[in-house]
Design a binder for this molecule. Sequence first.
Ligand SMILES: Nc1ccn([C@@H]2O[C@H](COP(=O)(O)OP(=O)(O)OP(=O)(O)O)[C@@H](O)[C@H]2O)c(=O)n1
Ligand SMILES: [Mg+2]
Length: 406
Amino acid sequence: MTMIMKVEKLPKLFEEAAPILKALQDNGFEAYFVGGSVRDLLINRPINDIDIATSAYPEEIKQTFKKTVDTGIEHGTVTVIENKQTYEVTTFRTESEYQDFRRPDKVTFVKSLTEDLKRRDFTINALAMDANGEIIDLFGGLEDLDKQVIKAVGNPSERFHEDALRMMRAVRFQSQLDFGIEQHTKEAIIEHHELLSKIAVERVRDEFLKLGLGQGFKKGFASFIDFKLVEQVPVLNVYEAELRRLLGINFLPANEVAFWSMIAVCCQLSLAKIRKFLVQWKNSNKVKEEVLAIVELFDIMMVKEPTNRQLYHYGLTTLLQTIDLMRMFGEEVNATLLVDCYDQLLIKSRDELAIDGKILIEDLGLRPGPAIGQILYEVEEAILNHELENDLKAIKNYIELGDFHE
Ligand SMILES: Nc1ccn([C@@H]2O[C@H](COP(=O)(O)OP(=O)(O)OP(=O)(O)O)[C@@H](O)[C@H]2O)c(=O)n1
Ligand SMILES: [Mg+2]
């Protein structure tokens, strides 16, 4: 059933983009808004990027606009820059040739919007909208948005063979949108879950992370396990039982690092294993180091209150993330007290210390060498424990009274 509907007042983002469609139309081509932005507009979600599909070939798109970038010209995508905004403009295409269930290296351009929409993943992602806000719905996407279901366009099994990542996308949209998954779509994922192993881990990771940060996390994550996708991902494939515990957590991770820390703690991975796990999932060093710091502090705080030295070492951001993590797993934690302790530290980093190695050598006549580091550490310790003020005179006095000279 084809439904017709019109969006009366287009949001600013679309209004600004409408001249792109009009310019293509003036040159005799068809052009539409497609994909996630149309979906998100209809359900009042914040709009990411605006994608445009057109009958114009890449060369023709480039001739229509002054400023363009060849982003993925072999896939038919040209980025158009207008008024400092960028738009991905893609020639109507289909995924007729594919290799190893990865996204096709070759695409076939097609002449109609219908052909283009037919090869898209889910009905809610296969809506198009023209410059006047008229919605083109060839596959019941509007009804599915209304019913809140994720349903493959046409034959689900074909869609997942074209790109197996779509199985992860299904559960990620389920989490982000808090939707259900249509029965045949669900059965096809279970049947073809093994295809996911062919997909580059970076792509799986991006979807997994979006799943992890969605409002409907528990629903999406339950499907990720129940549809056997978990069996096809590195490291976590052997932690299914542990991961199920996450279906009962108290609140949801707020960011990337919180998400990975939550997974690591839930599976009770050692620090060495966490390191390997994050590398296998192709996470950045920055994410890896932050997660390790959080889990280290978590392990400390599960046993006892952290010392001032530990608060100083890990810093406020890690402390707050660790507090969240403990609460996620139902651990009691006195956040106010811990943050107060942190706030009362007289120094928050080595730079804030009123003395440094240079002063020790030049003013106090100490010999350069490892002893300098040791003295600084002890001064720092005394300041952290509120036994000494962070004041140059007081520190010099403290050092001279102490037994520091060799
Ligand atoms: N494996 C994929 C990836 C994308 N698409 C199509 O390309 C559109 C744009 O893809 P993408 O930006 O990855 O997803 P969005 O649906 O826009 O979601 P997001 O809001 O996360 O960008 C999708 O809506 C869908 O129509 C697809 O059919 N199959
Ligand atoms: Mg998008």
